[in-house]
Structures are given as C-alpha cells and as structure tokens.
Design a protein around this ligand. Structure first.
Ligand code: 26Y
Length: 818
C-alpha cells in the first residue's frame, strides 16, 4: 500500500531508508559520505519519531475529550533507558529498520550504541515510573508523566583502583532527538518572599503571595510508544529558565551582571539529579526542584482541564494524580493554593477536589528515610504553602479529635507538623491526609506500612490503604533485552504473551517437561552468557567462562541490600578451596553492579571490598578459574538489558522488612534466573507464584528479625560460635585482600561485629547452606532448566500491565482503554 512507502510515516524498508536519508539531508544538513555515526543515529531517531506523531494525535484527542480521565503521574525521577531500541520494538519496525540501515551500509547495533540513555533517576523508583509509562500507553490510558528535565542525570560510574569515581552525566551533549520543546506551554513559578492580606475588587479579604524570585518552567515532551497500538504516553519534563521580564528590570537599571546571575540561578533548579536514594534533611535546592516541577505540572493540568471547556469544580473528573513517593507531595498545598488563591475557590470545595485528585505511593519503611522539611527553612522558600499546610493540619486534627476525643497523643502522632525537637513538616503525613488512596508496593510492604510508619493513619482511615504490587514491562525487559528468549517463546506459544502476560505466559509451563525445549532454553541462556562475557571483557578486562554459574547481584549499593553478605559467601568458598585445592566445587562467576551515593562512605567501601576480593580470588592459582568475581561498572538501564538475560542466579538478599518491593527480582526471574532470596518485599509473592520448590529461600523473617532485636542481638556471638564465619571475617581483617592497606575494611568489619544493623551475621549460615544447595542443584542441568522455565511461566502477575490495571481500578477509577 502507498502509505507503507510514504517516507514520512511508512514502515516498509524502502520508506524507512528514504526517511533516514531525508533526515540526513533536511535535519542534519550532511552529505551521507560525511555523516558521523551520531548523525545516522539522529537521522534514524527522527525517522522513528516521525512514526509516532500519528499516534500522538490520538492521544491529543483523548486528552481533549472531557469524557476521558487522564493520569498525571508526578515523579521526581523517570529512569527511561534508551528510547531507540524500545521504540523499534513497540512500533513493530525493528526488522525493517535493521534491513534499511543495512542497505545504507550501516549496522543497527552501532546506531543503538550511540544513544546516551536519559538516566533521570536513581534506581527502582525512577525505573518503576518508566515501566508504568510503558504500560499506561500500551493499555491505552491517556497519561502525562510529569518530572524534571535534569541537565545532568545520575552520575556515570567509573571504577579506578577498585573504587567508584563519579563523572557528570552529560546526556544532552549531542542533543536529544526524542524531545519536543514546547516554549509556548511555559509556566512561571514563584519562590520566597512573604504573604499579605488585601481586599479584592469585590471587597473581600484575601491573601496574596509576594515572592522574591520568579522562574520559568519550559516543558519538553517525549512520546512513549505503546506496544503495537496507535497510542503513546507523554513524558513532559520541565527545564527551569530565567524569566525575561526580570532581566529587563535589571537592564533598565544597568545591572547587566545581576541579570546574568539571575539566569544562572534560575537554571540551577533543573541542573542536576540528586544522586541519593535516601533523603538527607534540609537541601534547599531539592525542595525548590520538587516545588518547581509540581507547580508546573498542576498549572499544566488546570490548563488542559479548562481547554476541555469545563469549570474547575470538576477538575477531579479530568485528572487522577499519583504522587510517586513524597517527593511531589507539595502538590497537595500547591493545588489548594491554585484553587483558593488564584482561582478564588472556597476552601472546602477546593479540599474536596484535592482529596479526589491525589493518591500516594509509599516506597520505603525506613522511618529515617521519610522526607521531612524543617519549618523555618520551608517557610522561607514557600511562605504561602506553609500557611496552607497549617490550615490543612488544623482542620485535619479537629477531625482526629472528633474521632478520638481526648487522645492528644494520637493527634500529635498524626500531625503533619512534627513538634518534637526541630519542628518539621512530615511529607508522608501531608500526602496521607490528602490522598484518597495510600498504597505500598508489595503485599508485605503494604502490611508493614499500615502496622508501622503509617499505623495511626491506618487506624483512622483503614479504607484508604491498598496494595499494588510493583511490576515491570515485558516489552523492554524481555522482548527488547532478550530477543533470543522472546524468539523461543514466540515459536512455542506465539506472541500474545507480550501484551497479555498474565494470561499467556503460563502456557510454556508444560514445555518444562519437553527435553528438546529445555535444550533450546539452555542454548538461549548460554548465548546470552557468552554475549555478556564479551562485554565484561571489554569493560573490565576480566575473562569469564560462560560455562560457569552466573551469580548476579545488580542494584544500588546499600548496607540493607547486603552486597557484603554475598562477599562473605565468596570468601567462604575461597577459604574452602585454600584448605583443599582439589575440592570439587560448582564453578561460579559472581557479577556485581550498582552505584553508591557519592556521600555514602560505607557503600563505597563495599565497592572497594568487592573489587579487592575479586583481584585476589581471580588471580589465585589455587582457585584455577573456578571462582571469578567481577564488578561491572556503571550499572544502568542499558547495561541491565545485557545483564538480566545472562543471569542464572538472582541475589535478592536484603534483611527482611527493609526492601519495599524490589523490581530487579522480577526482571531476573522473567529472564529465567532462579532466585536466592529472603522473605522481603515482592520476593514473598514471587516465591508464592513460582512455587516454593522453585525458589531458594533463606534467612530470618520480619517477625524473627524484630524478635531478635527485642531479645538483644549480639552479632559477635555468631562470629565466635561459627568457625567458617570467623575464618572469613578474620581473613578480611588480616589484610589478605588489601595488602596495600591492611586496615582498609576495619570500619565495615567492626560494624558487623559490634552492631550489624542489617543482621548479616545472623543470616550468614542460612545463606551459606542455601548457596550450597544451589551449587548442588546446578549440577543437574535438566532439573535446573525445568525450574528456570517454570520461573518464567509463572511470572504473569509481575507485568506492570497488571499493576497499572490495579491502579486504574482501585485508585484512579478509570475504566476506558484498559
Ligand atoms: C529524597 C530523595 C533523596 C530520594 C530519591 C530517590 C529518596 C528515595 C529515592 C528512591 C527510592 C527507591 O528507589 N525506592 C525503591 O523503589 C522501588 C520501586 O517501588 C522498590 O522496588 C524498592 O524496594 C525501593 O527501595
């Protein structure tokens, strides 16, 4: 058909080739012979983007249709990963594009490698937002993801001398072909100053905010394509800029340099992603970032609602707004300000709307990780919002007192304002007072949430609490990253599993009993392992053997995630080999990856520990290649796409009660890795789904952990009573792995022996025993493969499509599309 060959939108090989050449000429102004690899990448990216614009129009229609509710997903982080490969898959033009590119004498893989991934997130929370954008689009739910267009995303990690070195992430250096700059949709955002009373034109006493700084937010839109459907989601990220009129004032008084300064300060707001995955109190810029993007987002949503021709009193019928953790929770006060101050609405009516609009997802149980802002500091940046929060709190606490008269303890525990010591605003309380739904991200997490950090809220508002277990998108994490597996699945059960994962993927379960299928399965895994081995060699210089067990732990480096427990296992195996060099052990390759927050000294020491242990173990002739330890630098989405498909053992070993959900655990299992894990986060549900016999469980439960703390935990006792553990710890103390600095790991080891806040020593023996079972199980490859197939077959629940359907039904009250 003619449309197939249209250079602007056609999907035939000829049309795609023509389009790339057109863009080299008309967008890049290059002669093909002079074009660089990046020029070709950009031309291809434009070619692909062109093919999304038709879909975009459908979304614009849905957004303009007053009958359809729109999801506003507010998140300080979106860890999208590279767009090109994903777009080719979702648009269904991967094969034709590869052919078109080949006809131009190029290799698609080189062009894919050219893309700098937008790393606008730290880890799980940001990546979850990205998977949810994919599912929202694929399910046909109109959605706007609102966030910050950080100029510098998460730092890129280099490893020098076994230590993490951070490099700024200049992802926009060569431009960004995926975004559309929309200056006409800019918003202004105020900061600082004071509030004052005034009489409006109708003589009523009102409040206005006289800020002392104004900046502009400029949106950049990126289309997020649905899988094989005429639909997209819109990721709308805001860049901060100076407001021109401010410059003008300065110019008039001749203060040119002040005007330039103003520009620099204004642009600072969206300059850099904070590279922590836990808050430290009192960073002005972080609060400014949060308020900045939230205010832009709400102004934008109100604009859309008014375009629909509707009055503001029905705003909640147009938008369901999700708060991805408390980072955007200031939205509650901002919507009240916009409705009451700017749009002259009555407080009670505004509050009803606000309550209907928002819901809140919690991602942590660590009470020390709950966001709090000191009052004076907050009032200095957002004086009007402080007043509004006082008013919300006042009315809320009145309701609480009516509910439980005389219980002042309850009121002070529930208060949005923490009155103890340095007064501060508890953002989780603000989000919980306003949200009509509060959700945790795994069953265990939701249960613990309502029993611990939000127990008083649960007591008065039990109906607000719901669980939505996290999920990940099978498009990126299987079809795109594991084409070999996807091909095998397609030959066995067709391709309906890609969008109907829950219903379809279990159809491969019977094939676990088919020896020929198991052989194919092993070939797929073996191929992925060989690919990863090549990459490991390229990135680290290490040679790893694809015929060893690939034992992988990739995630942010954190004490609670216990990468150092994994290291204790390695040292234990190493000691066994040293004692008996002829020991018959299952050869393993231990692969680690992950970034440490730049200010988190212990996490950085753990990286050094992994590398130092690796350096000694990898070279020891007694080991004879049976153990290899590699630290894969700069773990990010792109590298993850190479790592998950090659993994055979997934390490999910956090202390029970600490990991809210985990999502890497799902990516591994969907790619056929077996899990060694604790009863923490979503591990619990993964184990139930795949069957306890197909999951390697170890360690204390949440109740046992609490019990042990209650009885008085003495880690040193475990050390003294367990010879194997003592030998491992002593070897680390001895400086065997750090001959250049014998005492290097003393801070880490002393922490383990004296406090051990994450109970590594309590779980050590159970972990080692479980690993020994795994080593034995791996020797029966037929059995191992069976379990691997069953793991994939039973992962249906963990598609983010299922999560998004639950959000639509239980939280957003959206029926259409889905
Ligand atoms: C306030 C700021 C410094 C901050 C920035 C990022 C605080 C926290 C974070 C990120 C938190 C995070 O990634 N949490 C993870 O969310 C995942 C998605 O729900 C969970 O699977 C995972 O268990 C949880 O640790």
């Amino acid at each position: 058909p003619a449309t197939e060959n249209d250079a602007r939108s056609g999907n035939s090989v000829a049309a795609i080739r023509k389009s790339i050449l057109d863009h080299i000429h008309f967008s890049q102004a290059r002669l093909p012979v002079m074009a660089t690899c990046n020029d070709w990448y950009v031309a291809l990216a434009y070619t692909v983007r062109d093919r999304m614009f038709g879909h975009w129009m459908n979304v614009v229609q849905a957004i303009a249709d007053p009958q359809r509710k729109i999801v506003g997903y507010l998140s300080a982080e979106f860890l999208m990963g590279p767009h090109l490969g994903n777009a080719l898959i979702n648009l269904g033009i991967h094969d034709n594009t590869r052919a078109a590119v080949a006809q131009l004498g190029l290799n698609l893989d080189d062009l894919l490698a050219q893309e700098e991934e937008p790393g606008l997130g730290n880890g799980g929370l940001g990546r979850l937002a990205a998977c949810y954008m994919d599912s929202l689009a694929t399910l046909g739910v109109p959605a706007l993801g609102y966030g910050i267009r950080y100029e510098f995303g998460i730092f890129s990690q280099e490893i020098r001398d076994g230590r993490q070195v951070e490099k700024t992430d200049k992802w926009l250096r060569l431009g960004n072909p995926w975004e559309i700059h929309r200056p006409e949709l800019s918003c202004t955002v105020n900061f600082g100053g004071r509030t004052e009373w005034f009489h409006d034109e109708r003589g009523r006493l009102r409040i206005r905010w006289i800020p002392n700084r104004v900046i502009k937010g400029v949106p950049y839109d990126t289309p997020i394509p649905a899988f094989r459907k005429d639909f997209i989601g819109i990721l709308r990220l805001w860049k901060s800029e100076a407001v021109e009129s401010f410059d003008f004032q300065a110019f008039n008084v001749g203060d040119y340099y002040k005007a330039v300064d103003e520009k620099v300060v204004s642009e600072t707001v969206s300059k850099v992603l904070y590279p922590n995955d836990e808050p430290e109190i009192g960073k002005t810029l972080r609060l400014a970032q949060q308020y900045f993007f939230v205010s832009c987002a709400l102004q934008d949503m109100i604009r859309v609602h008014l375009i629909r021709g509707k009055a503001l009193d029905t705003f909640h019928e147009s938008f369901a707004v999700q708060l991805n953790d408390t980072h955007p929770a200031i939205a509650v006060a901002e919507l009240m300000r916009l409705l009451v101050d700017e749009h002259d609405m009555d407080w009670c009516e505004a509050w009803t709307i606000t309550r209907n609009v928002f819901s809140y997802t919690n991602h942590t149980l660590l009470s020390e990780a709950l966001e709090k802002w000191p009052l004076p500091f907050f009032g200095h940046l957002l004086p009007r919002h402080l007043e509004i929060i006082y008013e919300i709190n006042h009315r809320f606490l009145e309701e609480v007192r009516r509910h439980a008269p005389g219980d002042d303890g309850l009121a002070s525990r529930l208060s949005i304002i923490d009155e103890g010591g340095q007064k501060s605003i508890r953002m989780a309380h603000l989000a919980s007072v306003a949200g009509h739904r509060i959700n945790g991200v795994a069953e265990l997490h939701t249960k613990l949430l309502s029993r611990t950090v939000l127990r008083d809220f649960h007591a008065i508002y039990p109906d607000r609490f719901v669980n939505v277990t996290n999920g990940v998108t099978p498009r990126r994490w299987m079809v795109l990253s594991n084409p070999k597996l996807a091909g095998l699945l397609e030959s066995a059960i067709g391709d309906r599993w890609i969008c109907r994962f829950e219903e379809e993927i279990e159809k491969i379960a019977p094939l676990a009993d088919d020896p020929a299928f198991r052989n194919h399965w092993r070939e797929v895994k073996r191929g992925n392992k060989a690919d990863l081995a090549g990459l490991i060699h390229e990135r680290t210089g290490n040679t790893v053997d694809p015929d060893t067990l690939f034992d992988v732990q990739v995630k942010r480096i954190h004490e609670y995630k216990r990468q150092h427990l994994n290291v204790l296992h390695i040292v234990t195996l190493y000691n066994r080999i040293r004692r008996n060099p002829n020991l018959d052990i299952t050869p393993r390759t231990f692969i680690f990856g992950g970034k440490a927050a730049p200010g988190y000294a212990m996490a950085k020491l753990i990286i050094k520990l992994i590398n130092d242990v690796g350096a000694v173990v990898n070279r020891d002739p007694d080991v004879a290649g049976r153990l290899k330890v590699v630290f894969f630098p700069n773990f990010n989405v792109k590298n993850g796409q190479m790592i998950y498909p090659a993994a055979e053992l997934s390490e999910q070993i956090s202390t029970a009660g600490k990991e809210a959900s985990g999502t890497g655990n799902m990516k591994f299992s969907m790619n056929g890795a077996l899990t060694i894990g604790t009863l923490d986060g979503a591990n619990v549900e993964i184990r139930e789904a795949v069957g306890p016999e197909n999951f390697f469980l170890f360690g204390l439960t949440v109740d046992q952990v609490n019990d042990l703390w209650g009885r008085g935990y003495n880690p040193r006792r475990y050390y003294e009573e367990n010879a194997q553990l003592r030998e491992a710890v002593d070897l680390l103390y001895s400086g065997h792995f750090s001959p250049d600095h014998q005492a290097r790991f003393v801070p880490l080891l002393d922490t383990l022996l004296n406090h051990d806040p994450y109970m590594l020593l309590a779980d050590y023996q159970a972990y080692i025993d479980c690993q020994d079972q795994i080593a034995a199980a791996y020797r029966d490859q037929e059995h191992w493969t069976r379990i691997s197939i069953l793991n994939v077959a039973r992962m249906g629940r963990f598609s983010s499509d299922r999560s998004i359907r639950e959000y639509c039904k239980d939280i957003w009250r959206i029926r259409q599309g889905v």
